[in-house]
Design a protein around this ligand. Structure first.
Ligand SMILES: [Zn+2]
Length: 204
């Protein structure tokens, strides 16, 4: 895949997750790792923009150190507005550095799962996550958004997991492809919803 194809995929999934209510306002960020002309690159959503209407041209391409790569869709072309990579770019990069199998990372602030994150209540892992080894989705300790500490905490948390809940913040999922990572964030929201409804109704 070249950067144009990857950017198109990211824009499509960004718009979809917004429609689903998983990345309200300007929250959330999405990236994919790919190789182009023998160089490993990461395409990521821009900082400070809603994923509601992000376009492929607005997706930012960086190297594995987070430096913007010129002459891509985010080049010096005067017709294309300058975009900075998401403020969580180092969280994404740290995950890729830790997990060679991961090709995509999706971070959401979906309201119900995030409610659990603020309440400090663990979300139970339901059928559909694959083999249930850990009965709950693990928490990652709080660090301020956009910091290297958060990047480190999340990458450590995802060493043996594909989803984590960031305390007082949101959800991060990773996978070998973008669709799968996005589906995991949808699924964690659904799991939180089911757990919430079950608690409200009570059991017989
Ligand atoms: Zn966030």
């Amino acid at each position: 895949m070249d950067h144009e194809e990857v950017s198109k995929e990211i824009a499509k999934v960004s718009n979809y997750l917004y429609e689903k209510g998983l990345v309200p306002g300007k929250s959330g960020n999405i990236s994919c790792k790919f190789s182009e002309n023998g160089v490993t690159k990461v395409a990521i959503t821009p900082s400070g923009f809603s994923l509601k209407s992000v376009t492929p041209e607005e997706i930012v391409i960086v190297d594995m150190d987070g430096n913007k790569i010129k002459n891509d869709s985010n080049s010096d072309d005067k017709n294309i507005p300058v975009r900075k990579p998401s403020s969580e770019v180092f969280m994404h990069l740290n995950i890729y550095k830790n997990r060679n199998d991961v090709k995509s990372v999706v971070h959401t602030h979906s309201p119900i799962a995030t409610g659990f994150a603020f309440a400090g209540v663990e979300i139970k892992r339901l059928e559909g996550f694959g083999p249930i080894e850990n009965p709950v989705i693990p928490f990652v300790e709080y660090a301020a958004p956009g910091t290297m500490q958060l990047a480190e905490n999340v990458a450590n948390g995802l060493e043996k997991e594909d989803i984590v809940i960031l305390k007082n913040h949101g959800v991060v999922a990773c996978s070998k492809n973008l669709d799968e990572a996005a589906l995991l964030t949808e699924f964690v929201e659904e799991s939180a919803k089911i757990q919430f409804v079950t608690k409200l109704i009570g059991t017989n």
